[in-house]
Design a protein around this ligand. Structure first.
Ligand code: NDP
Length: 244
């Protein structure tokens, strides 16, 4: 049991990419960190060491967000004992294919992970947060969920679903002093985008470059820490102008 007086942030999917940047940024902002990964413990332990170097407590949880029982088993008791002040739902996968060729597995795995995962995680954490009558929730969606992307019917559907879910949840929990917002990245330099054809994509982005994970983490940190807060139920694009 910890005696820490710091605020606590729970980041779902913090071992790599955007999630890792969010973990480190929130640690720098003064939060103790609990973060999750699916299986990449080697990467997760490196991130944990970086957080501890910043001087914050850090715990790592490993489970598949698509598995309801695994999520409950890993988190339910923990979040009841120490309720997170901020929850960032960042984990997600893509399995791109033109819809006409899209397999049932490609559809199911993306929807089960990205959208069902939201239910599994948020349903586990929301009751303790309501009890505490405070908190910040940030959901990571995608520009694909706002404007659609060819080859990503499954992924766009899952991210559009997250936007709808976050907006509805925002209406339900506002009076308990819980803020819910969505951050919607465009194309960000991570493992998920490393094989994309840059020459074809850059002309579509007015800023003519991919974004960085730190640029996404920056707005997430703002939404988790800003004291003078009147932003609620909003979708904030971090996309270099890809969607205007
Ligand atoms: P990465 O693939 O680099 O990292 C994904 C993270 O999510 C890892 O921590 C991974 O854990 C975890 N994760 C993936 N699947 C599961 C699962 N089934 N159960 C538990 N954890 C899981 O992704 P990015 O950093 O690129 O993306 C982060 C989020 O941002 C995603 O939701 C993505 O859709 C969204 N996004 C990304 C964009 C981009 O350009 N990169 C653009 C728009 C949105 P592990 O390390 O163990 O695999």
């Amino acid at each position: 049991m910890t005696g820490s007086k710091n605020k606590l942030a729970l980041i779902i999917g913090g071992s790599r990419g955007i999630g890792r940047a969010i973990v480190l940024r929130l640690a720098q902002e003064g939060f103790d960190i609990w973060f999750t990964c699916r299986s990449n413990m080697e990467a997760a332990q490196k991130v944990q060491a970086e957080v501890e170097k910043i001087g914050r407590e850090c715990r790592v949880f490993s489970f598949d967000i698509a598995d309801y029982n695994a999520v409950k088993l890993a988190l339910e008791k923990q979040v009841d004992t120490r309720v997170p002040d901020a929850v960032v739902y960042n984990a997600g996968i893509s399995k791109d294919n033109l819809f006409v060729f899209m397999t049932r597995e490609e559809w199911d795995s993306v929807l089960h992970t990205n959208l069902d995962g939201f239910y599994h995680v948020m349903h586990t954490v929301i009751f303790p947060m309501l009890r505490e009558k405070r908190g910040r929730i940030v959901i990571i969606a995608s520009t694909s969920g706002e404007i659609g992307q060819a080859g990503q019917v499954n992924y766009s559907a899952s991210k559009a679903g997250l936007i709808g879910a976050a907006k509805a949840l925002a209406r339900e929990v506002a009076r308990k002093n819980i803020f819910v917002n969505v951050v919607s990245p465009g194309v960000i330099e991570t493992e998920m985008t490393k094989d994309l054809p840059k020459d074809k994509i850059l002309p579509l982005i007015p800023l003519q470059r991919f974004g960085s994970a730190d640029e996404v983490a920056s707005i997430v940190a703002f939404l988790c820490t800003e004291k003078h807060m009147y932003i609620h139920g909003q979708v904030i694009g971090v996309n270099g102008g890809l969607a205007i």
